[in-house]
Design a protein around this ligand. Structure first.
Ligand SMILES: NC(=O)C1=CN([C@@H]2O[C@H](COP(=O)(O)OP(=O)(O)OC[C@H]3O[C@@H](n4cnc5c(N)ncnc54)[C@H](OP(=O)(O)O)[C@@H]3O)[C@@H](O)[C@H]2O)C=CC1
Ligand SMILES: C[C@H]1O[C@H](OP(=O)(O)OP(=O)(O)OC[C@H]2O[C@@H](n3cnc4c(=O)[nH]c(N)nc43)[C@H](O)[C@@H]2O)[C@@H](O)[C@@H](O)C1=O
Length: 322
């Protein structure tokens, strides 16, 4: 199989183009000589198999990046197991199957670092998949993501198509979800610190013990890695996409407090779950291709907070019920 995929003149369907990752992909692909295809959920619900087949047959993209999914932080994952399992299984299966029917040449499926066992060796190599029990707070989402990467692998093996999968680490950046009930830790702490500063509060509530470790990556770095893999990677195994560095949640909270300019004590809320103790991925396979991220965590957080301030003023940010 030819290893490279030239984007020049190609029609690329970015599924989930309004999400944090999808919108970063649209920004990144704008500098490639390709045509971006996108469709709003109001026009095409990816849960609708017949609709997805029709849309794909009508538009006939050359490549697909699957950035549409039911996504949320630790509490949302733990609270809505059906939504995270059912919706992800269905939307990803619909898109991958319709892509195959419409002879899509290349497809990139996005999974997550939560596919790996809760107590996987650190840093986690790609071959740690399916070697142990999953983290209970997100096993439903993880099972769906494992099924997605396995479906791509199955299409490769049975039909010889170039469908690949990337497993991103915890992502953050512009376009993130800042709804405290469903967000991940970075947007949650950034919003809480911002609101505490405005209200003159003297403490910041951080869920759990502050001891879990997480690896973070700015979404523009992630989008760059995904386009790089789309163009250059055609292997059978999934590829970890991370920065190769992790921090404790307490360290993350201190950095966010400093970026926001809040003067406050950090208070840990032990009634909330810690989740997996650590999930630093082994990124040697990705780094061996020559690719590297550009953002250090404090710089990425600064960029995100600048974006947050600009957009919170305009009111075009995902805040949930306020
Ligand atoms: N954020 C993170 O930290 C990480 C994300 N990932 C993966 O990256 C991908 C993108 O995540 P992210 O951008 O953060 O998530 P977002 O929630 O920001 O974006 C998800 C997108 O999927 C769309 N979508 C979901 N369900 C449907 C549906 N039934 N029909 C049509 N569109 C749908 C949403 O549409 P709408 O705008 O209408 O809601 C939204 O645009 C996902 O596969 C996720 O699992 C992996 C690891 C970490
Ligand atoms: C990307 C990944 O994201 C999810 O897993 P997670 O890494 O556990 O996600 P998280 O960002 O929500 O939390 C990270 C850590 O941070 C702590 N934490 C502190 N204070 C807040 C807080 O205020 N909000 C949140 N959400 N977490 C907080 C929290 O208790 C936990 O220890 C998966 O479900 C799944 O979606 C997935 O693949």
């Amino acid at each position: 199989m030819d290893k490279s995929f030239d984007l020049k003149g190609k029609r690329i369907f970015v599924a989930g183009h309004r999400g944090m990752v999808g919108s970063a992909l649209v920004r990144r692909l704008a500098s490639e000589d390709c045509e971006i295809l996108a469709v709003a959920r109001s026009e095409l619900d990816l849960l609708d198999q017949a609709g997805v087949r029709r849309w794909m047959e009508d538009r006939r993209p050359d490549a697909v990046v699957m950035a549409a999914a039911k996504v949320g932080g630790i509490l949302a994952n733990d609270s809505f197991p059906v939504d995270f399992l059912y919706e992800n299984l269905v939307v990803q299966t619909n898109v991958i199957e319709a892509a195959f029917r419409s002879e899509v040449q290349k497809l990139l499926f996005l999974g997550s670092s939560c596919i790996y066992p809760k107590l996987a060796p650190q840093p986690i190599p790609e071959d740690a998949l399916l070697t142990g029990p999953l983290e209970p707070t997100n096993e439903w989402y993880a099972v769906a993501k494992i099924a997605g990467l396995k479906l791509c692998q199955a299409y490769r093996r049975q039909h010889g198509v170039n469908y690949i999968s990337a497993m991103p680490t915890n992502l953050y950046g512009q376009g993130d979800n800042f709804d405290l009930d469903s967000s991940h830790v970075v947007p949650a702490l950034m919003r809480k610190a911002h609101e505490a500063k405005r209200a003159g509060q003297k403490n910041l509530q951080v869920w759990g013990s502050g001891k879990p470790m997480r690896e973070f990556m700015h979404v523009d770095d992630a989008a760059d890695a995904f386009v790089w893999l789309l163009k250059t990677y055609s292997g059978d195994s999934h590829v970890n996409v991370g920065s190769g560095e992790d921090v404790t949640i307490a360290e993350l909270a201190r950095t966010i407090v400093s970026v926001v300019g809040l003067s406050a004590e950090i208070a840990f809320d032990a009634t909330k779950p810690d989740g997996t103790p650590r999930k630093l991925m082994d990124v040697s396979r990705l780094f061996a291709t020559g690719w590297r991220p550009k953002y250090a965590l404090p710089d990425g957080l600064e960029q995100t907070y600048t974006w947050f301030l600009e957009h919170v003023e305009k009111g075009d940010i995902r805040l949930g019920a306020v």
